[in-house]
Design a protein around this ligand. Structure first.
Ligand code: ITT
Length: 201
């Protein structure tokens, strides 16, 4: 089975492919750079993921998925949340977003945070489902590690004893919000395949 992935974020695509373990073929939507970007006007990850998947599915020959994801920080009332990618401005770099996050947190003692990912799956303008994953951690007082992307160098994950920036993507994916959401989508697809099979005799 082939699924088309609509993301301009190469870090996400790399992780999706790793997690799919070849169970499904994940191909980047061809010509994505030339398609005017989908609007992300929702106030929830679900709404934005659905908006992206429905919009880009018109350009895909089969089932297409998109994710909306981000970081929710307790001490900031859940910010940056759905604006995680553009926390420090419309074309913000990961470094600028991380710097701003540390600035806003200052010396806060409650540094609890969670990554959330919602994947939406759509086909030709029809939403097939949304799948959510979340992982709890806390914000380190300085960035550590060169792996991953986005806020990974600041996201300290206690069971690993280090930040997501310090682990290989293969390891991050076993526990991450995106890994959980992708596995939920694959389970749903598997169940759908079973429903479509003739009953065993
Ligand atoms: P697409 O919309 O093209 O997929 P994007 O990066 O703009 O790419 P989002 O709008 O979903 O995607 O924003 C997600 C942001 O949240 C991302 O840019 C990071 O800053 C952050 N983020 C999400 N998942 C993350 C992860 O696994 N590790 C680190 N940061 C993450």
């Amino acid at each position: 089975m082939t699924l088309w992935g609509a993301t301009s974020n190469p870090g996400k695509l790399r992780e999706f492919r790793l997690a799919a373990h070849g169970e499904v073929e994940i191909l980047a939507l061809p010509g994505l750079e030339e398609i005017p970007p989908a609007e992300e006007t929702g106030t929830t990850f679900e709404a934005n993921a659905a908006q992206k998947a429905l919009y880009y599915s018109a350009y895909a020959p089969g089932m297409l998925f998109a994710d909306d994801s981000g970081l929710e920080v307790e001490a900031l009332g859940g910010a940056p949340g759905v604006i995680s990618a553009r926390f420090a401005g419309p074309a913000a770099t990961d470094e600028a977003n991380n710097r701003l996050l540390l600035e806003k947190l200052g010396a806060a003692t409650d540094r609890t945070a969670r990554f959330v990912c919602v994947i939406a799956l759509a086909e030709k303008g029809r939403l097939l489902g949304t799948f959510r994953g979340a992982v709890e951690g806390r914000i380190n007082d300085q960035p550590r590690g060169g792996h991953g992307f986005g806020y990974d160098p600041l996201f300290f994950y206690a069971p690993f004893g280090c930040t997501f920036g310090e682990v290989e993507p293969e390891r991050k994916f076993t526990v991450s919000h995106r890994g959980q959401a992708l596995r939920a989508m694959l389970a749903w697809l598997r169940a759908g395949d079973r429903r479509n099979c003739p009953p065993a005799r």
